[in-house]
Design a protein around this ligand. Structure first.
Ligand code: 5GP
Length: 252
């Protein structure tokens, strides 16, 4: 059988040519990186968990009319997605001060923000994904004003959906990052949610204990990352907890 064509390899995922035109296969690796890949590890099972979790969130978004690139999950580590033209921006939504906003503004981590705040970073690892203003985005032609309005609207809908899903399982959605891509329908373009939605790109805090259930566990050496992600997946009814004798193993 011919080897399939690799389109792109990132820190946590690989994109392969898909079975039909306009599709890709997205493979989730076990690699974890932080601080612009200065810190790295392989966390057994992380790719399986993120594939399943991203499927869950993207399917929910598709069902409520927020378009995403997700078509269907293929196996433990792969999903079929629509090919998009990625806008070179990270779209971040924050509900509670944490991470870079807390540092930048001297806010205590955990203090509520007056309203959800949407911000943008320019996707460039060599520059450390610098935060950029809407003015920069338009001046450099990364997106138009209409795109920006659409991106903010999409991001806030994702925030409402994800906040509700997390609230239902006793977790506070502190912040998250999404990426957005363009698809073309004839002469028209539409923006859809792309990449992944998983604890790699969200901050998730247990509502009762404040325990972190996201990639900060790895960034800040707070414990076992796979256990934290398994906790989220099991609360959503997607996976048994680690150590359970029943259910699928996370390693394939
Ligand atoms: P911060 O700007 O506070 O570091 O990150 C805000 C939110 O966006 C956090 O949930 C963080 O996980 C996510 N985020 C920001 N940049 C990246 C990135 O390059 N990769 C991933 N996976 N998530 C990011």
């Amino acid at each position: 059988m011919a080897r399939r064509k690799k389109i792109y390899e990132g820190k946590a995922k690989i994109l392969y040519e898909g079975p039909e035109p306009g599709t890709y296969v997205q493979y989730f690796k076990d690699d974890a990186t932080a601080f612009n890949a200065e810190k790295r590890a392989v966390i057994e099972g992380k790719g399986v968990l993120n594939n399943r979790l991203s499927e869950h969130f993207m399917t929910g978004l598709n069902q409520i009319g927020v378009p995403t690139h997700f078509i269907r999950r293929l196996n433990m580590r792969e999903q079929l997605i629509r090919q998009v033209e990625i806008i070179p921006l990270e779209v971040i939504v924050r509900n509670v001060a944490a991470g870079s906003i807390a540092e930048r503004l001297g806010l205590e981590e955990g203090s509520p923000l007056p309203r959800p705040i949407v911000e943008f970073s320019y996707k460039d690892d060599s520059l450390g994904d610098p935060m950029v203003s809407e003015e920069y985005i338009i001046a450099f032609g990364w997106a138009s004003q209409q795109d920006l309005d659409d991106m903010v609207a999409l991001a806030l809908r994702v925030n409402d959906f994800l906040s509700g899903v997390m609230f239902g399982i006793g977790i506070r959605l502190v912040d998250f990052k999404i990426e957005i891509g363009r698809i073309y329908d004839g002469d028209y373009q539409r923006l859809i949610v792309a990449d992944e939605i998983s604890p790699d790109s969200c901050r998730l805090w247990d509502m009762k204990t404040g325990a972190k259930l996201d990639k900060d566990v790895f960034r800040r050496d707070l414990g076992d990352l796979a256990d934290a992600y398994t906790e989220v997946a099991s609360r959503l009814g997607l996976m048994p907890r680690n150590g359970s004798s029943s259910g699928p193993k996370l390693v394939n």
